[in-house]
Ligand binder design. Structure first.
Ligand code: HAM
Length: 501
């Protein structure tokens, strides 16, 4: 019987076994080269949020240390409130028609249905804690300080982040004007101690009575010009006319010329209070600029309000009119920053670009605690923005506090020396910060690291030193080495560093 001819087509058909048969033509088409899978994208920090790296450690250390020393030195007690709070707290305290509450809070419903927010500021939470913990029964005023991260979903730009840090003080339970001067003078002492020139802009926005008549005048002043206002100010005219004053749109700044000033509308008690604040500041040697356009963007303020700005080193008398925009305004004029962009000197850029640059702000909030359900309790405080302060320090070439930087490197050769070096490191660091690269084997590699870290001395331990119970101290600048008794190393190093100082 003649053999059946087996064709290529048939083989393919058989292999497919029930699958839709392909034609030979289709089957022999060359396969398209496989597209290599895309490597997964490296996760980035959320927009407007940054890592704080060791390169800036000395700056963070300096500001935190100064903040802590001043807070303790003036008898303020530390308070740490939760990072999350009920959304309603900020709506009630900061105000439902403020930028912070309307646009900038990170809020979510948790699994239990609670509406929570990442805290955008501290004052509301401190006031809540004051009521919750019955601090009204403590000797008044209660003085508290805090330092930590805060969150506002603002448009990132130079000096404006979505996660930033504040140091702040609050003095609750006393309306005396000397407390306004006390808190302001402490804020300014911070900058003085860190040798950062700043200027204080101060105003009084009076009480609700004086503000009511002032707002009427302001509306009367702006209404005929309303078509010329920016869109945000058209809204402000309806809902919060005071905020018209700190808009940084060019046309709105022009329209502001000749606007009535709040200080002309202060009632006797508010005027008297403000005069006393200024007198106390004068007595304390604090200089200030009276600035009728400081109104602040949080609704809880009354009477004294203030902001602190950097001063360009080549222009010690930056004019009030050149002042950069208020903390809570300025939708335009934003030199928006790519979130990856590391701006070497944002504050200097800010000074010249007209972007956001208040280093801190604060004021009196006598109605807040009552508004939150507590008894009527006057209070005053401020917060400083640490990222902006650190940029400012960097721009002024702030040098590291040398005592904090490691000045000693421990190098070892061989496993016995490595073990001895670990023990020595523990002994040494109690007296002097030291570094080592214990996983490295070669002396050359270790001394290269020591050089990169710019340490002053390296302590070297090898096999011979282990046997002799000695160590070598190498002066990294002079390249000179000496052998010392192992038990005397710590003392010798301390002596040398003291001699260098
Ligand atoms: P504030 O003016 O909103 O006031 O913030 C105070 C400081 O925090 C600002 O001057 C600025 O340096 C810094 N800051 C604010 N937002 C940002 C941001 N997005 N990025 C970087 N820094 C920022 C308050 O928070 C009030 N709780 C101050 C206060 C305390 N009033 C009475 N007691």
């Amino acid at each position: 019987m003649p053999k059946k001819k087996i064709t290529k087509k048939k083989i393919i058909k058989t292999k497919k076994m029930g699958a839709r048969a392909k034609t030979v033509k289709q089957a022999v088409l060359p396969l398209a080269p496989a597209i290599p899978p895309k490597p997964p994208e490296v996760p980035q920090a959320p927009r407007g949020m940054r890592d704080i790296l060791p390169a800036d450690e000395h700056l963070w250390h300096a500001v935190k240390k100064e903040a802590e020393e001043l807070s303790n030195g003036f008898g303020y007690g530390f308070i740490e409130t939760p990072i999350l709070e009920h959304k309603a707290l900020f709506a009630r305290a900061v105000g439902t028609v403020t930028d912070i509450v309307q646009k900038e809070m990170y809020c979510f419903k948790d699994q239990g249905g609670d509406e929570l927010c990442l805290r955008p500021e501290a004052t509301a939470a401190v006031a809540r804690a004051y009521v919750n913990h019955g601090m009204l029964n403590l000797p008044q005023p209660v003085k508290l300080w805090y330092l930590g991260p805060f969150f506002r979903r603002e448009r990132p730009q130079a000096g404006r982040f979505r996660q930033f840090h504040q140091w702040g003080l609050e003095a609750l339970g006393d309306s005396h004007p000397v407390l306004d001067a006390e808190t302001i003078s402490i804020a300014l002492a911070f900058f003085r101690d860190l040798e950062l020139p700043v200027k204080l802009e101060i105003n009084s926005i009076g009480c609700s009575q004086c503000r009511a008549s002032y707002k009427n005048e302001l509306v009367k002043f702006y209404t005929p010009k309303q078509e010329l206002l920016c869109d945000a100010c058209k809204m402000r005219l309806q809902i919060n006319p005071l905020r018209l004053l700190d808009c940084k749109e060019a046309q709105c700044e022009l329209l502001r010329e000749g606007a009535p000033q709040i200080t002309d509308f202060l009632c006797e008690a508010c005027r008297d209070h403000f005069m006393h604040v200024l007198e106390y500041l004068d007595e304390a040697g604090v200089s200030y600029n009276l600035n009728p356009y400081i109104v602040r963007g949080l609704d809880y303020y009354n009477r004294t309000v203030f902001e602190i700005f950097p001063v360009a080193s080549d222009d010690g008398k930056q004019k009030t009119e050149d002042r950069t925009e208020g903390e809570h305004g300025g939708e335009k004029k934003e030199a928006e920053l790519n979130e990856d962009e590391e701006n070497p000197s944002p504050v200097l850029n800010l000074l010249s670009s007209g972007a956001q640059s208040a280093l801190g702000g604060g004021g009196r909030y006598d109605g807040l605690i009552e508004q939150l359900g507590g008894r009527s309790t006057p209070a005053v405080g401020f917060s400083l923005g640490l990222e902006r302060i650190i940029s400012y320090m960097r721009s002024r070439g702030f040098s590291p506090v040398s005592g904090r930087l490691p000045r000693i490197f421990i190098a070892q050769l061989g496993d016995a020396a490595r073990r001895k070096a670990l023990l020595l490191w523990h002994e040494l660091r109690k007296e002097v910060p030291a570094v080592a690269s214990l996983s490295k084997d070669g002396l050359k590699a270790q001394l290269e690291i020591a050089n990169r870290l710019q340490v002053r001395y390296a302590i070297i331990i090898g096999q011979k030193e282990i046997l002799d119970k000695t160590a070598i101290i190498r002066d990294m600048e002079a390249g000179i080495q000496e052998v010392v008794d192992y038990n005397k190393i710590v003392g010798e190093i301390k002596k040398k560093l003291a001699g260098d100082a």
